[in-house]
Design a protein around this ligand. Sequence first.
Ligand code: PLP
Length: 287
Amino acid sequence: VAVNIDGVLYGQDNARVSVFDHGFLFGEGVYEVLRTYDRRPFLFPEHMKRLRASAARIALACPLTDEALLARIRETVAAAVLEGDAYVRILLTRGEGEIVYDPKACPSPTVVIIVKAHADPPAEAMVNGVGLSLASVVRNHPGSVDPAIKSNNLLNNALAMQQAYREGAFEALMKNHRGELCECAQSNIFFVRDGVLLTPPVDAGLLVGVTRGFVLELAAASGRRTEERVLLEDDLASVREAFLTSTTREIVPVVRIGTYTIGEGRPGCVTRQLMDAFTAGVPGRLT
Ligand code: PLP
């Protein structure tokens, strides 16, 4: 493990930020998680674009250019001395200041990069698929703190995951205030019905996953029809396949959601095709 705080490298045991950082006091901060393949960041420009968009939406500016951040990431990855691929978490917070909401109280944002070993999901999950709980907590309303902001304020997700752990589920599928399916606590959700790849639209209130975008691209490139459309719990009875996507998990087949069995209860062939296309597509998108 290696941690970079405002340009200085630390080990796990001595990496510390101030309790007066508004990221700690008020949850005022945004983040990204990316990973490396063969020591190179994957979909780096896409992650940087989302980091800046998230920051802008809480009136925060990233003090580093993409190039400077990339150099800092590479330095931190090197310092972590890992055997395999790296998990890279970039946090950008309002910074240290008086205990008042005024952003002027915090003259300089804090930039933290945490690098640790990447861990693939269990092989069993990839082969047989996983189960999701249907979260009883509703996803943030886009009119309050928009889930499209990749915020360090993760209580909504944490509460959904607590239920998933209680129920022995791999992830928690969340609905929005209108009862539409939107996304999981840590990943986006996809379905296949009549050969069409379906995923909830951004205005359902979700994090616009970088992996979600890549998978939509892969599907379109292979000639598959894709549709971002409103999906309800009732649709779970008629979808033939389901999978979730995220940076650290790529594509994980989903075979149960709440009390519903998806399709035949086994990972489907469209899911498998996309998993293969994903692996083939990685080398072309490394920085
Ligand atoms: N949705 C939520 C709420 C997430 O926290 C994440 C990632 O951790 C995702 C979706 C997937 O996003 P990405 O593919 O960019 O990792």
